[in-house]
Design a protein around this ligand. Structure first.
Ligand code: TYC
Length: 112
């Protein structure tokens, strides 16, 4: 009769593995945001710019007037910060409305 030695490790998983302290980071990156800006020019009437700001950016008359004046004095101002898709829509809406009314008003977007 032959004696075959057996070991516990052959038969059981004794759970003696070294556990690795590796944590998986939840990778929920926030989408990048975009500043929508209005640029000054010499021809677009102030009232038209105020109207644009009320209509497409939901500003009150007072807020719209204030931002319009900032653009007029400083050359440009950030009107709002949005996701890429919303920012693109705002820019398109403003540009189309300005073109349709034959004003040279410029609206652009830039990654924040
Ligand atoms: N500068 C223009 C004027 O004097 C007014 C204006 C303001 C134009 C803001 C564009 O984004 C603008 N009539």
């Amino acid at each position: 009769m032959t004696f075959t030695p057996t070991y516990m490790s052959d038969k059981f998983d004794d759970d003696s593995d070294v556990s690795l302290a590796v944590k998986t980071k939840p990778k929920t990156k926030r989408p990048p945001l975009y500043k929508v800006m209005l640029l000054n020019d010499d021809y677009t009437p102030m009232e038209f710019v105020v109207h644009v700001l009320e209509r497409f950016f939901g500003l009150t008359n007072t807020q719209a007037f204030e931002i319009m004046l900032t653009v007029h004095k400083k050359g440009l101002a950030v009107v709002g910060v949005f996701s890429h898709e919303i920012a693109e829509t705002k820019v398109s809406q403003v540009m189309e409305f300005a073109n349709r009314n034959q004003h040279p008003l410029q609206c652009t977007m830039e990654k924040e």
